[in-house]
Design a protein. Structure first.
Length: 78
């Protein structure tokens, strides 16, 4: 059987105008972080899952990028 490794799986939706949904592993790869970081962002409410694909959470690509940008932003002194 020629199964692709998880990192080679395509995004769940590549239709024009549709949200591109990614699994935790693909979201992590796009953001340049570990899958554990994506799970931590969810736990801290910095990233909200868009739904599920089987047992896996899915995330909108633009939400992943927004969470990644927010994580890079320096914390304000206050």
């Amino acid at each position: 059987m020629n199964a692709r490794p998880p990192s080679a799986r395509p995004a769940l939706s590549l239709l024009p105008g549709a949200d591109t949904l990614l699994t935790t592993e693909l979201a992590a790869a796009e953001a340049g972080v570990a899958p554990a970081t994506i799970r931590k962002w969810v736990q801290l409410h910095r990233l909200v899952p868009a739904g599920r694909a089987g047992r896996s959470l899915t995330f909108r690509l633009e939400d992943v990028f927004a969470a990644e940008r927010a994580a890079r932003r320096p914390a304000r002194a206050g």
